[in-house]
Ligand binder design. Structure first.
Ligand code: PLP
Length: 418
């Protein structure tokens, strides 16, 4: 039938051929990049320079960090330029994926036998990675997912590592087997065990830590995945977990790496990554067909990684800290207001500031964040959720916005001061 034959034997074999070819000679992807169209004049929608404003959708000053709900991060101009170049050509997506993975492995100096796949996000990387473990390159099994007949069907996870993103594991049809202790783990391993999953941000919460988890997986000869989606900086996390022996590691492209918002990385063993690609768009009749990643995102992810690696991360951290200190100097002039700094151990591992006040200011933190959100321009700040006061970070602020935040926040606190 037309529908099923479009995911044809030829398409499938074509991908396998591209994977094999990529291991031989390097190929040139583009003949020539046409002249830049950066200065194209826009008429109609977008002519104001701010399409959001034209839709009456409020843009916000982001003091919360890399939140997907707010659009993740902002692209660097150089990245925008390279993504625009990518959009001007047609190219075989499987061939591009394999070549991009190879380049990423070189850039990150991944261990021998590792490569990378650009996915539509870390969530997609989790699903495709697990799907690949379940099906390998068996075309019938790939079409069959999430019906697991004839495949392994369980993934072991520490109870404290469960989180909303494990939906992307469950979507393959597997059952998550929760464990707490090493003994639980020993009892849980069986013929149905497909994978052991680790949630990197939950490292401190679980009894089995990140290095021991992968050792145990090796002992049982079970593939092991680490979801480290939001766990750069430090930049070294991009290769640390592969070096530790994790078979698959996932990252978001559109968080601190500041890649395309709809991109992510599956880093891992070449065989497993190739099976993940077979379970993903552009291949039809696959579980991952809904997680399309375009040529622009694939090229953009590569460029974002290059730019991210070249950054002076210590200097950036100092700049973010200095911005917080500037805001703090204004706020702490108000009687009863104090600030303190902290850096989360993992996930958004960048300088943060907690802002608290005593009874001399007659507002709850929730009310302050509401007033900030309603101000012009709107400001989004974290806090109120179980912790005292407000908390903010500065690493997603655009130039000059730290001044606006300081001015607006101190005005609100002053207006409600005794
Ligand atoms: C953000 C996040 C994801 C999903 O990443 P996307 O790139 O948005 O798909 C998965 N796991 C964790 C822990 C995350 O923080």
């Amino acid at each position: 039938m037309r529908l099923t034959s479009s995911w044809s034997r030829r398409g499938f074999l074509g991908t396998v051929a591209a994977m094999v070819a990529s291991m031989a000679a390097p190929r040139r992807l583009f003949s020539k990049i046409s002249a830049s169209s950066r200065n194209t004049r826009v008429t109609g929608f977008g002519q104001s320079g701010n399409p959001y404003e034209e839709l009456a959708v409020t843009t916000v000053i982001n003091c919360q960090g890399t939140m997907t709900m707010l659009g993740g991060s902002v692209l660097r101009p150089e990245l925008e330029a390279v993504m625009a170049m990518a959009g001007r050509h047609f190219v075989s997506i499987p061939e591009l994926e394999v070549a991009a993975g190879k380049r990423i492995a070189e850039m990150l100096k991944l261990p021998e036998g590792y490569t990378a796949l650009v996915t539509s996000g870390a969530a997609a990387a989790m699903q495709s990675g697990l799907a690949g473990i379940l099906t390998k390159d068996n075309e019938a099994l790939i079409r069959q997912l999430p019906d697991l007949t004839g495949m392994k069907s369980e993934v072991i996870i520490q109870k404290t590592h469960r989180n909303p993103f494990d939906h992307q594991l469950r979507s393959t049809g597997v059952k998550l087997i929760e464990i707490e202790t090493r003994d639980d783990l020993r009892r849980a391993v069986n013929d149905r065990t497909a994978m052991m999953h680790f949630t990197n941000f939950a490292n401190a919460a679980g009894q089995i830590k990140v290095d021991e988890w992968v050792q145990l997986a090796k002992e049982y000869n079970i593939p092991c995945m680490n979801d480290a989606a939001a766990d750069t900086p430090p930049v070294s996390h991009l290769w640390d977990y592969a070096n530790m022996g994790y078979d698959l590691v996932t990252f978001s492209g559109g968080k601190a790496i500041r890649g395309p918002q709809c991109a992510g990385l599956l880093i891992g063993r070449k065989d497993l990554v190739s099976y993940a690609l077979l379970n993903n768009s552009p291949h039809e009749d696959t579980i991952g067909r809904s997680q399309k990643v375009g040529k622009e995102e694939i090229i953009g992810m590569l460029k974002a990684l290059e730019l991210y690696q070249q950054e002076d991360h210590d200097a950036l951290a100092r700049e973010w800290q200095a911005q917080l200190e500037g805001i703090s100097r204004q706020l702490t002039k108000i009687p009863g207001v104090s600030t303190e700094y902290f850096t989360p151990e993992i996930a958004n591992h960048v300088p943060h500031m907690r802002i608290t006040w005593d009874s001399r200011v007659s507002l709850e933190p929730k009310q302050v964040s509401k007033l900030l959100h309603e101000s012009q321009p709107a400001i989004v700040i974290g806090g109120g959720e179980g912790r005292p006061g407000l908390s903010m970070c500065s690493f997603m602020l655009q130039p000059g916005e730290d001044k606006i935040v300081a001015e607006r926040l101190s005005r609100i606190l002053r207006e409600h001061s005794a």
